[in-house]
Every structure is written in C-alpha cells, then in structure tokens.
Design a protein around this ligand. Structure first.
Ligand SMILES: *Cc1c(COP(=O)(O)O)cnc(C)c1O
Length: 402
C-alpha cells in the first residue's frame, strides 16, 4: 500500500484503500456487522484505551468503511477521512466541530441550498451568525471577515450557477484572520480539483454524486490534513451519529475505481454540449467552466485539471420554456441530483428552488429560465439529439421573458 504514493492519480483510483484481508480478496470484503467480538476483557479494555488496534463497533469504525475512507484521503492528498451518511451529514459534522455560539461564518452565496438553510436556520438558532457573499470576488470575502469569523466555507464551482472561486485567494484571506477554509468539492471530485494544493484546511463531498457516480448511494465524506483535526472531527461524528454504513462504503469504493475515466468522459461530453448550447438560438447564456465566456474562466485554468460535467444555462423563454423543455426530454432524465453516469436535467425555478420564492431565487442567481444539466457518459450525439428535439418544442416567443 505504501508505494501507492508514487502512482499516478488514475492508478491510485484503482488501488487506493486496499488492506490485507483473510483469504486474499482483490477488493475489500463487506463487513456487514454492527459490532466486533473481543478476545478477552483485557483485549476489549485495551481497544477502548486506544492501546491496541482493532474494531469495537461500526458507528466508531469498520474495516469496509475504513478502506473507502483511506482511498479518498489518498486521492485528495489528505491525512485521513470520515465517511458520513450523506453530504449534509458531513457538512453538519464539520460545522458542529468547528463552531460554537458567538462565532461567525463567511459562506459562498452560490451554495447547495440545504447548506445555506443549515447555517441560517439551525446554526443560527444556536447563536452562530453567517454572511453569504459572492466568493468569486475575493474582496467580498475580505469585506465580510470579522474578528470572530472561524470558518470560510466555499463551494466551487457553486450550485447551481457554476461560479468559480479562487481557493488560493480565499485561503490567504481566511488564514490572515485565523479562520479555517472548508471546501465543498462535490462538483469536481479530486480527479479535477484538489483543494489542499491551494491551502484549504478541510474538504467535503457529497459522495452521492461523482465519487460514487452511479446514482445508487446517498453518502458523504470529510477529508482532513492532520491527526489532531481528525480526532476532533471523529468524536463529533461518532456522537452526532451520521456515519456511513459498510454496504454503501463498498459501493462508493467500487465506484471510485472508475472515477478517472468517468470524469474524463463527463468533461469531454459537457464541453461539446456546452458549445452546442451556447450557439443555440433559444438559449440566452451558458455557464460552463470550459467556456471562455465564463466570467472566472482564468481562475478555473489554474485550479482545475478538467472542467467537469455540470452545465447551467438560461432559456430565453423563461419559466414556460423551462417547463416545456423538461417535459420533452427523453434520454436525459428529469431528476435532481447529479454526477451519475446518466444525464440528469432539472429546472430549479419550478423544482428544487420553487419554495424559496422569486426574490430569494434572484438573489441566489436562480432565474426563471435557468436549467441545471448533469452531463452523463452516454454517446454525446445521443445527448445532443435529445436536447435538440426538446428545445425544438419550445414555442417561439414574441418577446423574450426576463
Ligand atoms: C448534493 C449535494 C450536497 C448534499 O449531499 P447529500 O448527499 O444529498 O446530503 C452538498 N453539496 C453539493 C454541492 C451537492 O451537490
């Protein structure tokens, strides 16, 4: 295992996290057990004291979970990782570990919806204050910093507008104020973006998306850089209880083995689809990190090894056009979530972000004609043919709706 460090990233995705197991399996076995037998009172006691290595109880640690955690820690270039029941379990564990009443958080304004409401509604109730800024502009982060700011939370590319934030700049500012930088790396995965290289302190993922990649698991992960933070975070996770289970860990670890080839194909397809959409008469604008028209394209160039599978675009016909297009796609599945092998499309204004109301949507960059598209690994000709027929069903508008 130790010579894995010398391997290229795509080789690591295949081999990372493998341990030594009885009977010499080629992949980690699924230890589907809640608890582990002690050989004696003395052995049990030494496990609890942390003097012996071994397993006690699956909420604390389990070999199948540990294998997947080690794999992802290695891919992100971190020290250790903690598997969680969902992306939100990872995010809440991080906040409950790092924050206390009276602390302040600076958070990306273009962020996964439940992250924003967790900070506002739940942590707000416990006396944690949050300021939401457009982290695409480092000066906005700087302006929002206070003496009691403990965390700068950045999601890049952001949800759903694909705003790209400069992680190096964000880290410099946060560290100057003694705050930690937490990055949601879900949209890129370590195949395309490795935030630790830019000074970030903690990384998290919704593994539900690209890491697992097959739309059959809900899970999350936290990756840290040192043992002290690992122990701190682990205690809180064990006590809050939002841990992943062995079977989901096994599935994620299986998905990881194809991460590099999947991401390559996502990038290739999304680039072609983004260029196609940018030239389509019914599309007002397209945001994709691989398009030169992206406002922070240059930041992406220094931060990404590829431009990802997520596209946001605005239909000229607004809400109505969005509804028509969503009801007309055939190959692309009308569903929330992202990062699986299948193309998924959704219309935030009538779906995920409907309950926010129009004002709040506007503030978060969610216009009425905005479509979020997770480009799958199907043949790109089939994807474009499907978009073409769905866009053709949108009636010609007399005047474009705002
Ligand atoms: C889906 C998602 C989450 C939440 O993850 P769950 O696994 O659904 O809890 C967090 N951040 C981003 C960017 C996401 O896309």
């Amino acid at each position: 295992m130790s010579d894995n460090k010398k391997l290229q990233f795509d080789s690591k995705t295949v081999h990372a996290g493998m341990g030594d197991y009885e009977f010499g399996p080629v992949v980690p076995p699924i230890y589907q057990t809640s608890t582990f037998k002690f050989e004696s009172v003395e052995q049990g006691a030494s496990l609890f004291k942390g003097e012996a290595t071994g397993y006690i109880y699956t909420r604390l640690e389990n070999p199948t979970i540990e294998a997947m955690e080690n794999a992802i820690a290695e891919l992100e270039g971190g020290h250790k990782a903690l598997g969680c029941a969902s992306g939100m379990a990872a995010i809440s564990t991080i906040f409950f570990t790092l924050l206390k009443s009276g602390d302040h958080v600076v958070c990306s304004k273009f962020v996964y919806g439940p992250t924003l409401t967790l900070l506002q509604n739940i942590l707000g109730k416990f006396g944690v204050e949050s300021t939401f800024v457009d982290t695409e502009f480092p000066e906005e982060i700087e302006k929002a910093m206070r003496p009691n700011t403990k965390v700068v939370y950045v999601e890049t590319p952001g949800n759903p507008t694909l705003a790209i934030s400069d992680l190096e700049a964000a880290s410099k500012i946060a560290h100057a104020y003694g705050a930690l930088v937490v990055v949601d790396n879900t949209f890129m995965s370590p195949a395309l973006q490795q935030p630790f290289k830019f000074g970030v302190d903690i990384i998290l993922h919704s593994m539900t998306k690209f890491l697992n990649g097959h739309a059959d698991v809900v899970a999350g992960i936290i990756i840290v850089k040192d043992e002290e933070m690992f122990q701190k975070m682990r205690k809180v996770l064990n006590q809050l209880g939002g841990v992943i289970d062995p079977f989901n860990s096994f599935l994620v670890h299986r998905g990881l083995k194809t991460l590099s080839v999947r991401m390559q194909k996502h990038c290739e397809n999304a680039q072609i689809v983004a260029e196609y959409l940018e030239n389509h008469p019914k599309v007002k604008w397209v945001r994709y990190p691989g398009l030169k028209s992206h406002p922070t394209y240059q930041v992406g160039l220094k931060q990404h090894n590829g431009t990802g599978g997520m596209i946001a675009f605005e239909l000229k016909g607004g809400l109505k056009a969005g509804e028509v297009m969503m009801n007309s796609v055939k190959l692309c599945t009308l569903a929330v979530s992202l990062g699986g092998v299948e193309s998924l499309i959704q219309h935030p204004a009538s779906m995920t972000h409907f309950s926010m109301g129009e004002e709040a949507r506007k503030n978060g960059g969610i216009t009425n004609g905005l479509v979020r598209f997770s480009v799958g690994i199907e043949n790109v000709k089939d994807i474009i043919e499907d978009l073409e027929q769905a866009l053709a069903k949108i009636p010609k508008m007399e005047k474009a709706e705002a």
